[in-house]
Design a binder for this molecule. Structure first.
Ligand code: NZQ
Ligand code: ZN
Length: 390
């Protein structure tokens, strides 16, 4: 296991009605807040009314930024920065999924930076100060509620890139599983894939000694595989929603990734699909993951791939032919995503062959895929994986 720092200062209030803790959490920082949300789901399901009533009763002055897009855009971040400056905002409240939280993180940093927040995607050290961020999570997926990352899209350049700074980690996150009852089937499935993908990206690492991280990871994967179908079938199943929500947070707060070496593979490939075609992140990951696994399966990777099959899917290990065990595991992921109703080809999500070469080039340019990924992938490899997804 490598040396690491594990820093997750977010205070989590988990469970029904925990939103009541929101005003007291923000009060020490000030009463002028920016409330950030997406396309309106929080108005339809009542979370908006609940939050604004509580805040108004406690004397908060609320400025709103609505309409944050799935795959949040730079221009929305810029709008938020302006609102914060114009209204001398003292804290940001994000109510929504990863897109709303990520947009809020970028705003929180952009307020104290003279140039464009896009600069942070090239150099996160430009972030020197942030506004305190409070989140109310409405969808289980990204883990943004307890981590240091944000992903922003620049539609002008077809780029979707990450920003990382510990200064952006939320101060407090409210996780009420009942808030996810209204998440549509497509996003319940996509969010569940995203959770699995965060675990898988860390699971496949050059490092063989991070035993505890891998066993925790398998446990969370089994949880998602167990509960996603229940949430899909019965959206108001509290036990299912609660387990998915906590899995989302634990899958990307450093618990399973710290102490490992190497960098991620499917995420940089997916971010190009989203950047060019604005598709749902988790759907892109579902299409790519089994194809990537198949592509990188070799003598060096087969042992961990067989572990995955065995510990996550209970597939018996064939020690005479580990490849057989590994391939059964890959097929199990594919079949699982199909059973969750996910379209499993690029064609089905409206991505033609046209830009595969360009996207492969960009995926390599924007990431460390070709150097420090679990199995380094050159442009031709990424292109081949995209082609296998057509
Ligand atoms: O915008 P509204 O109207 O709220 O609707 C949203 C949106 O259409 C809807 N939704 C969310 N909660 C709901 C709900 N609808 C009904 N009831 C609810 N309770 O779901 C749709 C998707 O929301 P979004 O926030 O886009 O989803 P997600 O949480 O999957 O976030 C995706 C974004 O996060 C990035 C992705 O790349 C993508 O841009 N990621 C962020 C990461 C991070 N910060 O650590 C890591 C991830 O790997 C990922 O890259
Ligand atoms: Zn993700």
């Amino acid at each position: 296991m490598e040396n690491f720092t594990f820093y997750t200062p977010t205070k989590i209030y988990f469970g029904k009605d925990q939103i009541k803790k929101l005003p007291q959490s923000i009060a020490p920082y000030g009463k002028r807040v920016l409330l950030v949300y997406g396309g309106g789901s929080i108005k339809r399901n009542g979370i908006y009314d609940q939050a604004t009533t509580l805040l108004t009763e406690q004397g908060f002055e609320i400025t709103e930024l609505s309409g944050v897009e799935p795959n949040p855009r730079l221009e929305t971040v810029e709008k938020g920065v302006k609102l914060c400056r114009d209204h001398q905002i003292e804290g940001i409240i994000a109510i929504g999924g990863g897109s709303t939280i990520d947009c809020s993180k970028a705003i929180s940093a952009g307020v104290f930076y003279e140039g464009s927040p896009w600069d942070f995607t090239k150099d996160s050290s430009l972030i020197t100060k942030t506004l305190p961020l409070f989140t109310v999570l409405t969808m289980a997926a990204t883990g943004s509620e307890m981590n240091w990352g944000a992903v922003i899209t620049n539609v002008e350049t077809n780029e979707k890139l990450g920003i990382h700074s510990v200064l952006m980690i939320p101060k407090v996150s409210i996780l009420d599983p009942t808030y996810t009852y209204t998440v549509p089937t497509k996003h319940t499935a996509a969010g569940s894939v995203d959770i699995l993908s965060h675990l898988l990206e860390n699971y496949f690492s050059q490092n063989k000694g991070a035993y505890v991280q891998d066993r925790i990871s398998e446990g969370i994967m089994r949880t998602v595989i167990n509960y996603a179908p229940q949430a899909l079938k019965q959206p108001d199943n509290y036990e299912a929603r609660a387990n998915l929500m906590w899995s989302s947070t634990l899958a990307l707060n450093g618990l399973t990734g710290r102490g490992k070496v190497g960098t991620w593979s499917c995420h940089p490939m997916e971010h190009e699909l989203s950047a060019f075609y604005d598709i749902t992140h988790g759907i892109g990951l579902a299409i790519l993951t089994p194809r990537w696994m198949k592509y990188i399966l070799n003598e060096d990777t087969v042992e961990q791939m067989a572990n995955l099959a065995h510990y996550v899917w209970d597939i018996p290990v064939n020690s005479d032919n580990l490849f057989e065990t590994a391939e059964k595991g890959i097929q199990a992921f594919y079949d699982c995503f199909v059973s969750w109703g996910i379209p499993m080809t690029l064609e089905e999500v409206g991505i033609p062959e046209d830009n595969l070469q360009l996207m492969a080039e960009k995926a390599v340019e924007h990431s460390t895929l070709a150097t420090t990924a679990y199995v380094p992938l050159a442009v031709k490899d990424v292109r081949a994986i995209y082609e296998n997804c057509l």
